[in-house]
Design a protein around this ligand. Structure first.
Ligand code: IVH
Length: 717
């Protein structure tokens, strides 16, 4: 196989490259899988095009540059008008050059552009006769496609009946949202099938599958509307005169799903700069979208401009795809490491042949849990599809099964804890060392001492290792029993550092319950969940007295998490008792315990104003919303912080910002959605700010926000 991206040196290499590209494209369109990821395919085709430009007389007939992409499947339904592909640009410069060539063709600048996401699925034509969906056809070779009408009824966004009895063809992309993809793989593997490598392969495979015992939903987004042979001539003429943006509005009015329903709706732009600004916005939102996009499609919006520009045999000249960097690449799985975390969880991690994805070199990727490895049928030496979007930890999606050579080896699961040699509790999906959080004491203590937990300055990783190795601490509570002499006996511990460390440990005893809970590392609860629990229960005693049902009153804790939190607290009971005996605070300042679920009126401990009146649900709802600080400046608000804080907030960590928001009666969140009320955007704020702007959410600078919560600022822990 040619190395994708390599320069083609001679006719032999050129022929090989064409063969590889044709094979990859055929495999992809036939089976929904390909041995080349998108990026490698694009690079191969570009190298082919470069060579062809220099050797025009030697261009092979089946070169992927000369024909409609993906023309490998025999189709039996002719298309009304060719289903074309798109040319690509990869940079602002290339895009600007494209607009210049468009201007030359039209004889003036395009009056307006339409800019929409390039959805990462499969092109499909949906024919409606007098408003009823009659036929679904794949793109095929662009002139004829395969009839996949059996999929009617499984594609969300393609209604069986339009809002008007029109005879039209809707064109668009069929894809699987992340949720649909996960569901599809669950159903497929439950039926003994191999999981799909990614949502696009899953959509391709699902669309073409005829006799399956199960159906899984997909989603459609329309990007074209055109007349059919039997469309009324006047109606056909109207469609031919409509701007692309008008066609999309019409399609939506008929009840067809379009990008208008997403966080990245199609928009129109009057200038090249406006287009480029929108490209940046969509790129920034990409990682947070519930479906895959691989670029942005820019079209001359007006029908007149499109007609003046015309089309080539492969692609229209009035549209181009501004490709974004791939978030998926194929690489090799070299090894699997089993790491023990601070709570004793034994997690598998893939060691990969280093691969560059979206600007970073990826060497490790998460493999979730052993069951997942089995379900995906991963083997050492496999080619695997690796996905990395935004700041999320890269993950191995699936093996590329048809690239197997037979030399792949099974992945060996550990039989004993790889860290301490104890047995492994395999009762749950995530395996755990039977020694639990004591297995990796250094990790759990370092975490507990961290800035967002007990914030014990001077107790970094190295110091924790020293303490554990010297046998001075065997659990978190032992920290509070350390003596001056013991510390002075350690290497590199002078009088000053000893006194400082003792003072920091002493101060940690006063941390609020939320931080103590977080330091304990209750599985399934991170920083913000620990805060919600602490605010709801107000004291450790109330929390420990709660059963699973009571714990579910806390926002974000459902039927699955509640019993595991109860079990964790039982497991941690001796440690909690030991901490309390050492004088560690077990209450949450400012919070009021929940009223007991009785009809008798009694004053709640520590609070005074909240009385049990039998309306436990109402109280729970109020607290769960994080609004228990009555009249707080942020009461009822959901606030997201992004970018670097400055001014009065400069020294606050993200966790401290979230604590501040909650002290002021608000709810902190890490992601922007329609529910967000305010986004505090500091310096270098990126995609969250963009998303807030696109959703019309109120923005505040760090200074404005500091003024808003001034009353709560001083009480920072
Ligand atoms: S317009 C004649 N708009 O990208 C114009 N295509 O690489 C061709 N695609 O075949 C289609 N999102 O399957 C258009 N918003 C969008 C699109 C889009 C995804 C696909 C489509 C096309 C392929 C070309």
């Amino acid at each position: 196989m040619t190395t994708p991206g390599a320069v083609i040196v001679d006719a032999v290499a050129y022929a090989q490259a064409v063969e590889d590209a044709v094979k990859a494209s055929a495999a992809y369109y036939a089976a929904g899988t390909s041995g080349l990821d998108d990026d490698a395919y694009d690079r191969l085709v570009r190298a082919i095009a470069v060579w062809e430009a220099e050797h025009p007389e030697q261009v092979l007939a089946d070169s992927p540059t000369g024909k409609v992409a993906g023309g490998a499947v025999e189709g039996d339904v002719p298309h009304t008008a060719p289903m074309l592909s798109l040319d690509n640009v990869f940079s602002p410069e290339e895009f600007t050059a494209w607009t210049a060539s468009l201007t030359r063709r039209i004889g003036r600048e395009a009056a307006r552009y339409s800019v929409e996401p390039k959805l990462d699925g499969l092109a499909i034509a949906a024919r409606y006769t007098r408003g009823r969906l009659t036929r679904l056809i794949t793109r095929g070779d662009g002139t004829a496609g395969e009839d996949v009408s059996h999929a009617i009824g499984t594609v969300v966004g393609l209604p069986d009946e339009l809002a008007e009895p029109v005879t039209v063809e809707v064109r668009g992309e069929v894809l699987m949202t992340t949720e649909q993809f996960e569901h599809a793989n669950e159903v497929r593997t439950a039926h003994g099938g191999a999981p799909f490598a990614n949502p696009r392969n899953a959509a391709a495979g699902t669309l073409r599958a005829r006799e399956r015992a199960y159906t899984v939903p997909m989603t459609f987004f329309g990007y074209g509307l055109l007349p059919l042979a039997d469309t009324e001539p006047a109606a056909a003429e109207t469609l031919a005169q409509c701007a692309h943006s008008e066609l999309m509005a019409r399609a939506a009015a008929y009840g067809v799903n379009t990008t208008a329903t997403t966080a990245v709706p199609g928009v129109t732009a009057d200038t090249v700069d406006e287009v480029l600004a929108r490209v940046t916005e969509i790129a920034a939102l990409r990682a947070s979208l519930p479906f895959g996009i691989d670029g942005i499609v820019v079209k001359a919006d007006l029908a007149a401009d499109q007609q003046a520009a015309g089309s080539g045999s492969r692609a229209p000249r009035w549209a181009t795809a501004y490709k974004l960097r791939a978030v998926e690449k194929i690489t090799r799985l070299l090894a699997v490491e089993w790491n023990v975390g601070r709570t004793g969880i034994i997690a598998p991690r893939a060691v990969l042949e280093p691969v560059e994805i979206d600007g970073s070199t990826i060497t490790y990727a998460t493999l979730h849990n052993p069951a997942d490895i089995t379900r995906r049928d991963l083997r050492l030496g496999d080619h695997v599809m690796v996905h990395r979007a935004g700041d999320v930890i890269p993950r191995v999606e699936a093996p590329v099964a048809h690239l197997r050579t037979g030399d792949e080896q099974p992945i060996v699961f550990p039989e004993t804890c790889p860290r301490c040699g104890s047995g492994i509790d395999t009762g749950e999906q995530r395996w755990r060392c039977e020694n639990g959080r004591d297995c990796h004491l250094v990790a759990s203590l370092s975490y507990a001492a961290g800035r967002d937990q007990l914030d014990i300055e001077g107790l970094g990783h190295t110091r924790v290792v020293q303490l554990v190795e010297a046998g001075l601490v065997a659990d978190l509570a032992d920290l509070f029993a350390l003596t001056r002499e013991q510390l002075l006996g350690l290497e590199r511990m002078g009088e000053t550092s000893t006194d400082n460390l003792l003072a920091a440990i002493g101060a940690a005893k006063a941390q609020p319950l939320s931080r103590v809970l977080c330091a304990l590392g209750v599985r399934g609860t991170g920083r913000s969940m620990s805060r919600r629990i602490a605010r709801y229960f107000a004291t450790m005693d109330h929390l420990r007295a709660a059963d699973a049902e009571a714990i579910q009153q806390v926002d974000g804790i459902g039927t699955e998490k509640a019993p595991s939190i109860v079990a964790e607290l039982v497991e941690l009971a001796p440690l909690i008792d030991k901490l309390a005996a050492a004088g560690v605070n077990m209450t949450e300042p400012g919070a009021t315990p929940p009223a007991p679920p009785t009809t008798t009126t009694e004053t709640a401990e520590g609070g005074g104003e909240v009385e049990g009146d039998g309306s436990e649900g109402a109280h729970a709802a109020e607290v769960a919303g994080g609004a228990e600080v009555a009249g707080g400046a942020l009461a009822g608000m959901t606030v997201v912080v992004t970018g670097a804080m400055t001014g009065a907030l400069e020294k606050l960590s993200r966790n401290q910002m979230n604590e501040l928001i909650e002290r002021a009666g608000g709810r902190s969140s890490s992601s922007v959605s329609k529910k967000t009320t305010l986004v505090v955007a500091g310096e270098n704020a990126g995609s969250k700010r963009v998303k807030a702007e696109s959703l019309g959410i109120r923005l505040a600078t760090p200074d404005e926000f500091a003024a808003l919560v001034a009353d709560h600022l001083d009480s920072a822990p």
